[in-house]
Design a protein around this ligand. Structure first.
Ligand SMILES: NC(=O)c1ccc[n+]([C@@H]2O[C@H](COP(=O)([O-])OP(=O)(O)OC[C@H]3O[C@@H](n4cnc5c(N)ncnc54)[C@H](OP(=O)(O)O)[C@@H]3O)[C@@H](O)[C@H]2O)c1
Length: 336
């Protein structure tokens, strides 16, 4: 039996991981669930049994075969250092993604890297995963030369406190007219009925940490260290589902129909693109699904080498839980 411990099992991503494994278990895996404060003691139904979320005990983690961290970056950093050398660790956080020698993996794109690990494998940022799953097939066919992306990211990308804040402040705004924004806010401005062009803090270059994660992680995943990428990340008052408006320039002159066919054949990508019927993906449509959805595919009017499209995915599932579950399946099966 492979002992798998999911740490942060009561969080937004952790709960989706347990849900995915409940519906489609990995044969030969025994699941253990841990948490920190809010979720410890909670019971979770899993494959007809009741599992309890227990405190995160280093002894339990060291005895595991695989530890999946669905925890904030600081917690992941601490736990990786505390148990490294024992179990294989799969981390959803940003703590080690850009460390040289640590594989950053989207199995559909660079699944071979799963077996290049030295004890630690990272899953990318949610907004990076859905972008890369569309860039990679385009790169295979036409070669990428430049990427421009603007994101519209849901509040669940910032964890469960952020979802509570959108719910509470939307209610306050409708019932009292107040933004409900206070010092304890997750966001730097009111999020209800608003947009915030800042996700995470700023670097000296004027880009946010979220924007630079997308730039650096995309380059690492595609193994194109100098790919020009321009990125603006915006937080929007949507509960679940990140959307991205992409302008991609290619080395070969692109054919929009060929890109549409290539994307439709790529595992994990679905094309929803019928402008006449107002068919294109929206966050509500993609909620609770495991795929990346693409629509509004069209030629760029400003350059012969550009194609423009819209991409949406459930950030909690496709952008995190589904990806790490695919990594776990590959690890347990022993296939790259
Ligand atoms: N949300 C997304 O769309 C998304 C996408 C990709 C990657 N990620 C990454 O995935 C990780 C989890 O995100 P999330 O959205 O699930 O956050 P979340 O809803 O805030 O959940 C975080 C979980 O971590 C647990 N935790 C916190 N400190 C801990 C500690 N010291 N020991 C053990 N467990 C601890 C919490 O346990 P309690 O519940 O017991 O307090 C909670 O269940 C983050 O690193 C995030 O950046 C998130």
């Amino acid at each position: 039996m492979v002992k798998l411990v999911v740490v942060g099992a009561g969080g937004l991503v952790g709960r989706r991981v347990v849900g995915i494994l409940d519906q489609d278990p990995i044969p030969g895996v025994k699941l253990y669930l841990t948490g920190h404060s809010r979720s410890v003691g909670k019971q979770v139904e899993y494959r007809g049994q009741t599992l309890r979320i227990v405190p995160t005990d280093l002894k339990l983690l060291r005895k595991a075969d695989i530890v999946l961290l669905c925890t904030p970056a600081e917690t992941s950093a601490y736990l990786v250092h505390a148990v490294m050398g024992g179990p294989v660790i799969v981390d959803t956080s940003s703590a080690f993604r850009m460390e040289p020698g640590v594989p950053l993996v989207v199995p559909e794109v660079n699944g071979d890297k799963v077996f290049a690990h030295k004890g630690l494998i990272c899953g990318p940022n949610c907004s990076t995963i859905q972008l890369v799953m569309t860039l990679y097939p385009i790169h295979e066919e036409f070669g990428l030369s430049r990427v421009h992306v603007t994101t519209y990211q849901s509040v669940s990308g910032a964890g469960y406190m952020a979802m509570n804040e959108l719910e509470r402040t939307s209610f306050d705004y409708i019932t009292t007219g107040s933004s409900g924004h206070d010092e304890a806010s997750v966001f730097p401005h009111p999020i209800a009925f608003n947009l915030i062009p800042q996700i995470d803090g700023f670097h000296d270059n004027g880009y946010t940490r979220e924007e630079m994660k997308m730039v650096n992680e995309t380059r690492k995943l595609l193994d194109i260290p100098d790919l020009p990428i321009s990125c603006t990340c915006v937080r929007v008052p949507v509960f679940i589902g990140h959307s991205e408006a992409c302008l991609v320039e290619t080395r070969e002159k692109p054919c929009v129909d060929a890109i549409r066919r290539k994307l439709a054949r790529f595992p994990g990508v679905r094309v929803l693109d019928d402008p006449a019927g107002s068919l294109y993906p929206t966050p509500l449509m993609c909620q609770d699904t495991d795929e990346v959805y693409v629509g509004r595919l069209r030629r760029d009017l400003s350059s012969d080498h550009g194609v423009v499209y819209w991409v949406v995915a459930d950030n909690l599932k496709r952008g995190a839980a589904t990806n790490v579950c695919n990594i776990l399946r590959a690890l347990v099966r022993g296939e790259g």
